[in-house]
Design a protein around this ligand. Structure first.
Ligand code: B16
Ligand code: MG
Length: 219
């Protein structure tokens, strides 16, 4: 019987590249300028969540009007984007290049599902755009992770049923989103954060494409 194709859908920040440090520096600069306390530990809570939700968490309940919120987000984004020209293919996290190449050569459809509105720029700088069949970024859908919408959107672009998709995610909200979408999930990072994924590892260097295909019982 003919089987549907398979898809791997990758989160960007924390899975393919570590842009979290740049997000941290950009938020920290804004926070320092505005006299808001903000530490590296605080930054962990921003992992994988949208720009707006990141600001809410940074504010810790401090009220600001909507116009100020927009200005602050734009300023943070300007600071963040000033770091992006420095990104090159050398910034791919360990194991990423060979994992993507192997999956691509096996005929698996590859997509990215990132909350970032800057995902396209980062992917081009990393030099992996030609391996990807679909890019879902922070512009693609309204409801952000943990809602399933972004991953479902990418699966639609890849023309693969959700039950034949595996999501690779480093954020708790991202694993929640994959599960809500009815997809398989690989959690990258510590168990308290991503232990609810079907498979957990420390990075794409630590697993093989075949390890993941076991989830589909197709090896
Ligand atoms: P931007 P991911 C996420 O990327 C980041 O992890 C998160 O820290 C950031 O706030 C979010 O993108 C939005 O990014 O401000 O560039 O639109 O992990 O979903 O690839
Ligand atoms: Mg992430």
């Amino acid at each position: 019987m003919h089987q549907s194709p398979l898809a791997f859908i990758f989160d960007l920040d924390g899975v393919l590249v570590d842009t979290a440090e740049f997000h941290f520096r950009a938020w920290k600069r804004l926070a320092d300028e505005e006299g808001l306390p903000f530490t590296r530990e605080d930054n962990e809570a921003l992992r994988g969540v949208s720009r707006r939700e990141s600001l809410n968490r940074l504010l810790k309940g401090r009220p600001i009007d909507e116009a100020t919120a927009e200005l602050w987000m734009a300023r943070k984004n300007d600071y963040y984007r000033s770091y992006l020209p420095g990104i090159t293919p050398h910034d791919l996290l360990p194991g990423v290049a060979s994992f993507l190449r192997t999956a691509h050569d096996r005929g698996i459809r590859l997509g990215v599902g990132s909350a970032s509105r800057n995902a396209g720029v980062v992917i081009e700088s990393l030099g992996v755009g030609s391996l990807l069949d679909a890019l879902g970024d922070g512009h693609a859908v309204h409801n952000t992770k943990p809602a399933p919408d972004l991953f479902v959107w990418v699966a639609g672009r890849l023309d693969v049923p959700v039950s034949r998709c595996v999501v690779f995610e480093d954020a708790e909200a991202g694993i929640d989103a994959a599960r809500a979408a009815g997809m398989h999930s690989v959690g990258i990072g510590p168990a308290p954060r991503v232990g609810h994924a079907d498979l957990r590892c420390d990075g794409l260097h630590a697993i093989t494409v075949d390890d993941v295909l076991v989830l589909f019982d197709v090896v």
